[in-house]
Design a protein around this ligand. Structure first.
Ligand SMILES: C[C@](O)(CO)[C@H](O)COP(=O)(O)OP(=O)(O)OC[C@H]1O[C@@H](n2ccc(N)nc2=O)[C@H](O)[C@@H]1O
Ligand SMILES: Nc1ncnc2c1ncn2[C@@H]1O[C@H](COP(=O)(O)OP(=O)(O)OP(=O)(O)O)[C@@H](O)[C@H]1O
Length: 317
């Protein structure tokens, strides 16, 4: 090898961190023939992270650690393994990988934990295998894996339309401080959307679902642009909340506790059952988390800030 030749350095191990999310607003249109609902949602990525390590290997396997890791499948239904298979097919790679997921995001909690694993696995294996796929290719694969996966790849704050996968970044300033009441029992997103359809089937015609325009969420977008937590708290909204409460009436308790403790706003996160409460400051988010704990209305509490970046390679070896 001459000094001028280029040495291609291949990694044996890639570590990626991907965030969870909260839907600041979630408007759900009527169910479509494919079973999905058109959305108008504003996502925010928050500082609750999944860490995925991908190591070169002959096999394709996954192990999981962290809270609730016993609830995560390690067979081919694992979303991170599904990401590996999809990436291998799309790039024509025939390599193995050993994945390890360290979970920080609640499982089946409405905060996109599995989606974060899928996004992280895509990025990690793309780096490990040097597939040469473009960022746009990876985003397309992400959308195939799940409606929330493109957002956790992108991070920050964004409007999601279509199934939630068509993203437009939202300009904003400042940092928001959250407390989350996490439950051991999960809710399936599909079941919550189904419960919403049932609730709507029994509603009068004038309450039928109409998806608002982006312009209808002006107070929320203005609150983000101004970095105004009080205005953001007042603008939080989730169409899925009544459906999540129908399936899990106990969620009324953390919602009430956060309100009583002075939260600027409180909302079920996505399809639930995690409840997200917005604090006035980092200190106030800690107070809200303590209120959840003292009232015995959460199996676990988390505090976090948002927005944060999307899935990122944090180390290679
Ligand atoms: C509730 C949210 O987290 C809000 O961001 C998402 O809409 C759910 O995202 P996700 O878990 O990534 O959802 P997917 O894995 O794509 O879909 C799971 C199930 O949720 C329902 N689903 C999901 C997205 C959507 N726009 N309409 C739906 O009706 C469908 O029944 C689907 O079978
Ligand atoms: N890597 C994974 N991590 C977590 N759950 C997974 C994973 N792979 C598959 N699953 C399955 O997916 C289901 C949904 O888990 P997930 O944590 O993604 O829910 P969620 O956070 O409510 O998702 P979302 O907010 O995107 O609707 C779980 O019940 C679990 O059985």
């Amino acid at each position: 090898m001459t000094l001028s030749s280029v040495e291609v350095v291949t990694s044996r191990e890639v570590r990626v961190r991907a965030p969870g999310k909260v839907n600041l607003s979630l408007h759900v249109g009527p169910v479509q023939p494919d079973g999905y609902h058109p959305l108008m949602t504003v996502f925010q990525a928050v500082s609750v992270f999944e860490e995925v390590v991908a190591r070169a290997s002959d096999e394709r396997v996954v192990t999981v650690s962290g809270p609730q890791s016993d609830l995560v499948p390690t067979d081919s239904s694992n979303l991170a393994l599904r990401a590996v298979e999809l990436l291998a097919r799309a790039s024509g790679v025939d390599e193995g990988v050993r994945l390890h997921i360290d979970k920080g995001v609640p499982v089946a909690g409405g905060m996109a934990g599995g989606s974060a694993d899928a996004a992280a696995a895509l990025l990690a294996c793309d780096a490990l295998w040097q597939t040469g796929l473009s960022r746009a290719d990876l985003v397309d694969l992400a959308a195939e894996l799940g409606s929330d996966v493109p957002f956790v790849l992108q991070g920050h704050t964004a409007v999601g339309q279509g199934r939630g996968h068509v993203l437009t970044p939202v300009l904003g300033r400042g940092e928001f401080h959250w407390a989350f009441a996490v439950q051991d029992r999960g809710l399936s997103a599909g079941a919550v959307y189904g419960a919403l359809d049932e609730l709507r089937a029994g509603a009068p015609d004038d309450e039928l679902a109409v998806l608002p325009d982006l312009d209808d969420d002006v107070p929320l977008l203005q609150a983000l642009r101004a970095g105004d937590p009080r205005a953001l708290g007042a603008a939080l909204h989730n169409d899925l909340q009544p459906a999540a409460l129908e399936l899990d009436p106990g969620l009324a308790q953390p919602l009430a506790v956060a309100q009583d403790a002075g939260a600027l706003g409180v909302v079920v996160s996505g399809s639930g059952p995690t409840v997200a409460a917005l604090g006035r400051s980092r200190q106030h988010a800690l107070v809200l988390a303590a209120a959840f704990t003292a009232a015995g209305v959460a199996d676990r509490v988390l505090t976090a800030t948002g927005p944060v970046a999307g899935a990122r390679v944090v180390a290679t070896d």
